[in-house]
Design a protein around this ligand. Structure first.
Ligand code: DX5
Ligand code: ZN
Length: 218
């Protein structure tokens, strides 16, 4: 198994000081920077788009892990690639032609991810395994930070770990991750953990290193 990566979600950061917040989690040991893009259509909330990602891109050299909760997604892939995304993750539920969307992401020279909502079966990735670099299992219903982890998803994480086999595909888990449940999530087979509130709680950059370390140690 590969080493565990921690990807703080900037959705939980102070948007008025977004650049400073990213510099702080970079210094605090974040492996990836997780960017949650919401459109008020695929999910019932609006966050930020490609222009914001472009503006914060120069703050860090770390991987920008862009989670697109938008539908349609195809018309915007080019903008997120140009904004500086390294990984572009789309939802399996966001459109009828997932295979085409994943081909488009790779054609832009980016790593391609597929995200599954809690009610979506792991079968959704079965025929696109050769087109993806990452699977993102949602352990909350997407749309908001600060929700509770759905235990029902542990079984799905285990099944996807088996389905991946020895392919070079990361298994990322997103939603309600805490220092208390991180061990169970990793034991189920996850190798990349997204955490919003668990990293940014307290809203003091002094705590970020401790919060990231606590998840990593768990
Ligand atoms: C939910 C987002 C998550 C979320 C994580 O739609 O995709 O990345 O913000 O935040 P926490 O860790 O607070 O659940
Ligand atoms: Zn996310």
């Amino acid at each position: 198994t590969s080493e565990i990566l921690i990807a703080p979600s900037i959705l939980a950061a102070d948007f008025a000081r977004l650049g400073e917040e990213i510099a702080a989690i970079d210094a605090a040991g974040a492996d990836w920077i997780h960017c949650d893009v919401m459109d008020g259509h695929f999910v019932p909330n609006i966050s930020f788009g490609a222009d914001v990602i472009k503006a914060i891109r120069p703050v860090t050299k770390k991987v920008f892990d862009v989670h697109l909760m938008i539908a349609p997604v195809d018309p915007y892939l080019d903008a997120f690639a140009k904004a500086g995304a390294d990984v572009i993750t789309v939802h399996a539920e966001a459109g009828p032609h997932l295979d085409r969307t994943l081909q488009a992401v790779r054609a832009l020279g980016k790593k391609a991810g597929v995200s599954l909502c809690p009610a979506t079966s792991e079968g959704a990735i079965e025929y696109v395994l050769d087109r993806i670099d990452l699977v993102l299992v949602m352990t909350v219903n997407p749309g908001f930070g600060g929700q509770s982890f759905l235990e029902s998803q542990l079984e799905k994480i285990k099944r996807i770990r088996t389905v991946i086999g020895d392919r070079p595909i990361r298994l990322e888990v997103d939603g309600g991750i805490t220092r208390e449940n991180a061990a169970a999530v990793a034991a189920a087979g996850a190798d990349t953990l997204v955490a919003g509130s668990a990293v940014f709680r307290g809203k003091s950059s002094a705590d970020y290193a401790g919060n990231i370390a606590a998840i990593r140690v768990a």
